[in-house]
Design a protein around this ligand. Sequence first.
Ligand SMILES: [Zn+2]
Length: 283
Amino acid sequence: MKWRGRRGSGNIIDRRRAGGRGRGVAVGGAGGFGLLAIVVVGYFLGVDLTPLLDDGQMQTGGGEITAADEEAAQFVSVTLADTEEIWTDIFANELDRSYDPAELVLFKGATQSACGGASAATGPFYCPPEERIFLDTGFFTTLERQLGAGGDFAAAYVVAHEVAHHVQNELGVLGEINAVRSRSDEATSNALSVRIELQADCFSGIWARSAEAMFGSLEPGDIEEAMNAAARIGDDTLQREAGRTVRPDSFTHGTSEQRQRWFATGYQQGSIAACDTFAADRI
Ligand SMILES: [Zn+2]
């Protein structure tokens, strides 16, 4: 992805120097509070990292801000700015309305959100009541080394996916579906979560298509990096690679095949209407 020297977003809140260090050890552990935070945050649309927790692969973050951290922050800022321009354009053209962008909190180690404690172990997530995305750029290392999804466009896809949850919130989809989920049994709630997540993947595909058309920022191999990331964070793949039994009724984000297919649908069709996972017979 071509991003160096390009315009960044004004909606970044940088908390990386705000005392996350130290607290990160307590919150980042896989023990009581850490797990509780993951359950709470997991409901709020993060990347589901729980299969990684058992085998101690998670890095808990904290420490000095390195040159690599600064570069990652600039990359996130440019990617976020791209999403703002793209969704403003799509909202105007397809829905005849304005787009109110999300803020993105950069943290290192640990921070608090209205959706619970955020740590390296929770992964990036979107918190609807705050309309904010929470991201520790150390996750990009986890994505590449532990999850096998390297490349800058894999990282950009993660940012675009979290922004997609904000788009869903703007559209009223999140509030509506989460209200139904709160009075559903676990299997039904999980099945609805999968449809939310696959729609976010489809919206991420729209973003990729628009980035290519509006900015010419894609490079050869970028779409493959996003498609690989979508596969690597599929529920079936995460469970299998963690040595667990694959249990479809526990899926909250969709299989690798589903995540790839919905990303591809958004990329090929480029419209919000094409991403109605809630109306689809086959997801
Ligand atoms: Zn999500």
